[in-house]
Design a protein around this ligand. Sequence first.
Ligand code: ADP
Ligand code: MG
Length: 293
Amino acid sequence: ATPIAILVGTGRGAQLGILITGPEALEQADRIDTVVLDKTGTVTTGEMTLGDVTTVPGVSRDEALAVIGALEAVSEHPVARAIADARRGEESVDGFRSHAGRGVTGTVGDLAAFAGKPAFAAERGATIPADLVPAVASAETVGTAVVAGWADADGVPRVRAVFAVADGIRPDSADAIARLRDLGADVVLLTGDNETVARAVAAEAGIPTVVAGVLPEQKVAEIERLRAEGRRVAMVGDGVNDAAALATADLGIAMGGGADAALHASDITLVRSGLPAAADALQLSRRTMRIIR
Ligand code: ADP
Ligand code: MG
């Protein structure tokens, strides 16, 4: 039979907006010693805004926003939404493809277009022209550099523009992370975004360890690696691309307002978005299990 204290703890959780799937989840939460945090939408607001748009000679900002804005309008990634919101025109997209954790491709009008992280352009055989290199570096100090372009009639893809996209850390992230660390947890930032912005976010939020530039499947591998070290790992995330990592962790915690896939893969769902509720969940589990022992 489930101890009364766990039922009380689960009920108390519900009052606090912490939805716990079952008694095991509360017991598991009490044992957590490592908390892995997704960056975008978890530590940061996930509300991305578009900053500088830098283009090659012969391509206007409006043209870049017409072609790449159309392409990104099909994507659901927070980075894409910022560019799609600034879109010009009504061009349609054929053969759209999302390359998880890297970027997107599709045909806009009659142009074979791409947008994604710098390495994604390289994968497509497009090098970043020297006059766009500083724009990539400056975008990565504050956020994500989206490197984008399209092929000419010769079929050769060329980089035409760099979009700087950024969001800020949630105002309550640093306090919540300090609480998690006071509860004895090691905190790790895990992100597909670039190392420079990941380190800047970690410094501002008070996160000592950063694992950046990882593909979605590498997020799972990182959780498995931490577990293989004997750690009891909680993962906190909100996105479709966090679902596998949430399911792999000893305890998956999905943020309120996140993707359905993340909710389904989690053991604990936070009705409120933001990290304070994650700290509340761990604290509640510690208190509850102390009563039982
Ligand atoms: P995170 O771990 O921050 O949620 P993702 O794994 O979803 O990041 O994506 C990693 C990186 O891939 C993004 O930071 C971005 O550089 C690139 N990316 C993903 N989707 C897109 C897109 N639709 N347009 C441009 N870049 C993208
Ligand atoms: Mg996220």
